[in-house]
Design a protein around this ligand. Sequence first.
Ligand code: MG
Length: 381
Amino acid sequence: MIEFGWGAATDIGRTRKSNQDRLLVSAPMFVVADGMGGHQAGEVAALMAVEHLAANTEPGSLDELVTLVEQANESIYDRATGDPSMRGMGTTVVALAGLELADGPAIGVVNVGDSRLYRRANEALVQITEDHSLVETLVRDGRLTREEAAVHPQRNIVTRALGIDRRVLADSWLLTPVVGDRYLLCSDGLFNELSAREIHSILDEIEDPDAAAETLVSGACAAGGHDNVTVVVVDIISVDEPKVASPDRVAEFRPALPMVEKRPLVTITETSVPSAPVMTWRLGLFIGSVLTVVTVLMVSVVIYARSGYFVGIDGPDVVIYKGRPDGVLWFDPTFEEPVKLSVADLAPTDLADVQSGVTFDSLDAAKRYGFELYTRAESKP
Ligand code: MG
């Protein structure tokens, strides 16, 4: 048996007309679903997912938990294809369930889409699920940095959801429950507004799970509330027959696609401060590897800071710079060449883009854009 503590909160946010997120807290089952689709269809899809899991809150195994999600997918898909007003609806789902397995208690997790499961343990915040989203694919392919992905205009495009196809690809995990661990299920309305550090410090500082959930949701609304925001905080209070857990708690990971296998969990933020360590060969090895990582990071920062070009503004003129628009650390962008166009002549639709800096991989691409600006400025009424 696992004894859970929990708290939950949801809010429509500041800009949406309806709340298409749904949540379930019915120990040992906890779920967040983020619906998509117009005219209430997204709400229907999210509700159908949550209701199917609510009717079966005690799956006997990880396979059973995955099957429940697959069944929910089929009912949503049937409804979406059978009812014209529901066409195209879908929903993300992230579910955490306590399981009573033959060899003791475990935590089962299933994820489809870009809602997330995090865990705060040993002063580190770790993201367990991997987003099924366009930007995550681009990050994995090395075409976007995590920082670029976090502010990318298409960051809400998901690549997997329930209701879109008769078959769904669900990632699943078997985790070892450890007393004191705190799990967070949330929709993208949370992490698109609050940084990992802000989320981490709220989870650290507010012990009551309900108060922590409320604070996370109100924080996301105060930070902009561009989307519905939903949060479920789950604490592991006690565990019968506790087992020795690996630091990442992952007893088993079953990705729906083999290419993401062996992905290490991403530690997002850490607050631990080691106290006066005694030098040992292990520590020496550790410090050596940290120094190597720091060196590699520094070199990467320099390469990143000086890579690329952007078209921006220098006083009254439009110019091409080398580097990144806001600079990186202490590396400011440098003037490369003029576009021979003044800011006052820009087409109104281009002004805001150029003010914030339009980035390119090569000087040629930046020049081509400069030429386009020039053409549009010429044809300005
Ligand atoms: Mg959302």
